[in-house]
Design a protein around this ligand. Structure first.
Ligand code: SAM
Length: 229
C-alpha cells in the first residue's frame, strides 16, 4: 500500500480507515500477516498488520527505476486520452510528466483532472512496484513548458520531416532526458522552431504516424530499451 510520510511514527504505520478496509476486507489479511508499504519517494518496507496499525519489520531495496530520469512533455490529447498516457508511461518508468497546452490542443483541463492524473500515477507506480511515483506537473502553455524544463538532452517528436530516429540519438549513458510529443493535429511549424531555438532536437519515432496517445508510450519504450541493461 502507499502511505504518506506522516503515517510512519516510530516504526509503526498508522493506517487510515481506507487502508485498513483495503488490507482486511479486500486483501483479507489478518493480524500478523505481512504486506508491503511504500511512500512513493523511494522507500519501501515490509510491514506486519496489527489491530489498528502496522509494525515496520524491515526496509526493502527496490531496483525498478530506470537509470535515466525522463521528463515527458505531452500536448494534452482530447477526451480522457491523457489518463492512459499517465498510466502507461508510469509503468514504463517516467520520472515527470508535464502536460502542455499547445496551439492545437483541444482540451482545457479542470483542476480535478490534475488530481485524477496524480491518482492514476500513484496507482500505476504501486502496481509496477516503482520506488517513485512520477511527478505530474500542472498544465502550462508550450512556451512556459520549454522554459521550465531544461536538460542537455531534449527531443521533440515530429511525425513529418526527415529527422533522425530517436533510436539513433539516445546514448545509453545519458542521465537526464526531456522528450516532447504533440497533439492530434501535430505541432505547428512555429512550435517546432521555438523548440529548436530552446535546444530541442526534432526526432522521428519511425515511418508510421502514431496517435497522440501512442507516441509517448513508444518514445518511453525506446528510451528504456536504450538505457536499461
Ligand atoms: N496530424 C499530424 C501530422 O500529420 O503531422 C500527426 C500528429 S500525431 C497524431 C501526434 C504526435 O505524435 C505528433 O505531434 C508527434 O509528436 C508524435 N508522433 C506521431 N508519430 C510520430 C512519428 N512517426 N515520429 C515522430 N513523432 C510522431
Amino acid at each position: 500500500i502507499a502511505i504518506a510520510p506522516s503515517q510512519l511514527q516510530q516504526e509503526q504505520i498508522i493506517l487510515t480507515n481506507e487502508q485498513q478496509h483495503y488490507l482486511v476486507r479486500v486483501l483479507r489479511l489478518r493480524v500478523g500477516d505481512r504486506f508491503i508499504a511504500m511512500d512513493g519517494k523511494g522507500k519501501w518496507w515490509l510491514a506486519q498488520l496489527e489491530t489498528e496499525q502496522a509494525q515496520v519489520l524491515e526496509p526493502i531495496l527496490v531496483k525498478t527505476e530506470l537509470p535515466v530520469s525522463i521528463t515527458l512533455m505531452v500536448a494534452l490529447p482530447k477526451g480522457n486520452g491523457f489518463d492512459e498516457v499517465v498510466r502507461c508511461c508510469t509503468e514504463l518508468g517516467v520520472a515527470c510528466i508535464a502536460p502542455v497546452l499547445s496551439d492545437r490542443t483541444l482540451l482545457r483541463p479542470s483542476p480535478q483532472k490534475l488530481e485524477r492524473w496524480r491518482r492514476i500515477a500513484a496507482e500505476a507506480a504501486e502496481q509496477s512496484e516503482r520506488a517513485f511515483v512520477p511527478t505530474i506537473l500542472e498544465p502550462v502553455t508550450f512556451n512556459s513548458a520549454l522554459t521550465n524544463n531544461v536538460a542537455t538532452h531534449s527531443y521533440i517528436c515530429e511525425a513529418r520531416g526527415d529527422y533522425l530516429h530517436l533510436n539513433n540519438v539516445i546514448k545509453s549513458d545519458t542521465s537526464e532526458i526531456i522528450i516532447a510529443t504533440g497533439p492530434e493535429g501535430g505541432w505547428t511549424k512555429t512550435e517546432i522552431e521555438t523548440a529548436i531555438a530552446a535546444g530541442f532536437q526534432p526526432v522521428s519515432l519511425g515511418r508510421r504516424i502514431l496517435r497522440a496517445v501512442t507516441a509517448p508510450v513508444v518514445a518511453l519504450s525506446l528510451i528504456s530499451a536504450a538505457t536499461e541493461v
